[in-house]
Design a binder for this molecule. Sequence first.
Ligand code: OXD
Ligand code: MN
Length: 621
Amino acid sequence: MSMAAPAEKKTMTATNTFSGYITRNDLAGHCKNPHALAWIEKCIDLCKPDKLFWCNGSAAERQSLFEQGCKDGTFIKLNQQKLPGCYFHRSNSNDVARTEHLTFICTPSDDLVGPTNNWMSDKEAYARLRGLYDGCMKGRTMFIVPFVMGPIGSPLAKVGIELTDSLYVTVSMSIMTRMGDVAWKQLGDDDEFTRCLHSVGDVNPDRRYICHFPLDNTIWSFGSGYGGNALLGKKCLALRIASYLGRQQGWMAEHMLLLCATSPKGQKTYVAAAFPSACGKTNFAMLIPPGKYADQGWKITTLGDDIAWMWVDKESGRLRAINPEAGYFGVVPGTNYTSNPNAMESMKKDTIYTNVGLVTLPDGTYDVWWEGKDGEVPQRCTDWQGREWTPQIAKETGAKAAHPNSRFTAPMANNPVLDESADDPAGVPVSAIIFGGRRSKGVPLIYQAFNWMHGVYLGFTLGSETTAAATGAVGVVRRDPMAMLPFIGYNIRDYLVHWSRMRKGMKDCPRIFHVNWFRKDENGKFLWPGFGENMRVLKWIIDRCHGGAYAVETPIGWMPRPGDIDLEGLSVTREQFEKMQAVTPEEMKAEIIGQEELFLKLAGDLPKEMIFQRELLIARL
Ligand code: OXD
Ligand code: MN
């Protein structure tokens, strides 16, 4: 896909500046796109809302929705001197993370979705969910939320319309996407938009379905208000549906942060990195170069912290990327002025805090608290479930004030280090792709793939210990290809082939790397300090991209020698660094055997390149 102007055939619909409740009779007067109108009418017939709310995406609208939410109990206003424009939200305690076992790709045949997705026949899914949606909005309001994923005017930007009965979802979408009138302008008279229908239903896990219909560009989500299940522009559209569309249209939707490193000489290097959920993408995307690097003039700026859409620019033959989102939906616990000062600054204003601890201040207003926040631990607060929490209760019962997957939702414009190209429809050229997982043993801090195909293999076999971002056991190694296991919207076989094919269009392809910030010693202590110090590893990566750093060939890939990564000023010794990089033949064998389950799961469906790469690795051992 080249950088052409957006399709000319679109006729621009007049700007609609209205926001507020409308009647069914008013709908046609507001919705000028006939395809959208017909679809909204159908959804109204099905869900039977009492009221309709037309969103225009303005700041005044967001403010009035917050106020309405404070009245109906959706939000609690936080102390506006301390946290201007910030609100607290508590979700149902059964609804605090993505529910992968209730997430389906719905197509006529299961071969389209492959072995890594839950499949439901599209007919069955429509029938089952139609039954649930029937009358589900009686007594409620249906919010009509048009949005754009991607900078306006980008050749990759996609329009979606979400119909939801959740005020929380509506306001969150106004932060996380380019929401409102702008979407109608981008859409024009086209019928190419993702039809997103959402209801919280009765928030019952037995009646919870997150269903994707890639062949119909449609998402139906029922029974959950959790961001990853309910903000349908994010995981559902920007990853699952977009990955499918990307394969059809020759581009990629990936679970990747996107950052720019600017050298003291002003050279910009754009880096994309895929880490599984809650493995530090937000921290890495907002990294602050430590003392010496900052003094020298190194700067890191953020384009995105979760999702990248990438295509090959025909003229330059380079991979370019945009971040389709407009906000951050970040994990709160553990975030502080040491781990991520830029995230702390980003959530100082105009932010929704979900499922953190709530502190009552002496004047009766509220503040938020979470495990790992700077400053003093409060004497008491209300925990994420609304129960009393004190340090003593925590000691006795292990109760957390904030849920481990509690989140902040903040506009990206709040980020002090937002990259100047974050809104550029032309995107940025990607020089490096990094894959990384959370691995306490056996996986080195950093190495580089021999070439693109070897890099695809590293991404494919990516393993990580599970976190609280999804329901289920925490801390077991799970293979998470390209950190996309829960997000590939079609057959992984075709996804891997697509990765290989993308290489064909590139004259100069990004270098691919593998990192592991989480290796531990025999006593369970992290070997690498991480956070800002990851700059040292990033510097080697950048130098490798520009032909400026040395590496030695090892069986698993190119590795820096101890002297090639700057350790000056760190308490890490050369010997400790060698320990972090060392992989014994036993560990390598264990890793290869650990990949067996993935290979068996995909047996018969696996592109031969992945099998060859594994054989080559074994041969090198
Ligand atoms: C997220 C996730 O919320 O990956 O970004 O779960
Ligand atoms: Mn994510």
